[in-house]
Design a binder for this molecule. Structure first.
Ligand code: CUA
Length: 274
């Protein structure tokens, strides 16, 4: 059988096209790592998110050296946590679910993009090389405020990344002559120990203390100031460590006024039976 040259060319061209299509589809589904949320994926009962270990407290959690897990809950019309803060040059795995309806979880300008489906947990692993701030948008219509549903992802330089929390216990009022005891509890949520500097300012007095807090634990820093040195009146205090700060006011009263202080009665505004 004799095949015309042009016919051979068309046959060869069609063959190249068919192979090309198969290659593109295979690359698109396997090579780029695009996956569907399937039956084998993790699940969570939407009604029980409040008592679920992973999602009751949406958070960023360090799970290994340079390895982090982020538990994200989407709901009308917010993402939790917001902002999401992760360190650069680390492997970050996002677990995303929804509390109510279908939402989207897209980190604008990256290829991080998933549906957030109630009952299903989407899993995405990425690594950010450079620090920066990204917007997170919901790209599935989820209700009247869909267009306002956004969050942010902050990629912090590795050396600046911390999960420090600060709680301060300070009196609101002391008598003149008494000592003012202020205690700051600094907790470190990371796995490794972290060195930090705690700055405490009470009135015009400033102290600085270096502390090392072990991984997943906390340390107390106490500062004592003689109220005589501050004088009577109101004094502002601030405590800062890493990116955290707390502030308040301490009133130093006259000895006589505080020792004989009488509880203040709210004036009766009526409404309750006599
Ligand atoms: Cu959530 Cu659109």
């Amino acid at each position: 059988m004799r095949i015309h040259t042009y016919e051979k060319l068309w046959l060869a061209g069609s063959f190249v096209l068919i192979v090309g299509f198969i290659v593109t589809i295979t690359y698109g589904s396997v090579g780029l790592g695009i996956t569907m949320i399937d039956d084998e994926a993790n699940t969570v009962t939407p009604d029980e998110i409040g008592s679920d270990d992973r999602f009751s407290d949406p958070r960023v959690e360090q799970v290994g050296e340079d390895e982090y897990e982020v538990y994200v809950v989407a709901m009308t019309f917010i993402f939790q946590p917001d902002p999401i803060e992760v360190p650069a040059s680390s492997e970050v795995t996002f677990y995303v679910t929804s509390r109510d309806v279908i939402h989207g979880f897209e980190v604008a300008g990256t290829n991080i993009n998933s549906m957030a489906i109630p009952g299903q947990v989407a899993e995405l692993t990425v690594e950010f090389d450079e620090p920066g701030t990204y917007g997170i948008v919901c790209n599935e219509y989820c209700g009247p405020q869909h267009h306002t549903m956004e969050g942010s992802l902050v990629v912090t330089p590795e050396s600046e990344f911390s999960q420090t929390e600060l709680e301060v216990n300070a009196p609101e009022e002391v008598a003149q002559g008494d000592e003012i005891d202020l205690t700051a509890t600094v907790s470190n949520g990371l796995l490794e120990a972290r060195e930090s500097t705690v700055n405490v300012t009470i009135g015009s007095q400033t102290t600085e203390q270096s502390i090392t807090v072990d991984g997943e634990s906390s340390e107390n820093v106490s500062v004592t100031v003689d109220s005589d040195e501050l004088g009577s009146g109101e004094h502002d205090w601030t405590v800062s460590v890493d990116d955290q700060d707390e502030s308040g006011t301490i009133a130093v009263g006259n000895e006589s006024a505080t020792s004989e202080s009488v509880p203040i009665r709210e004036p009766d505004r009526g409404g309750s039976p006599p």
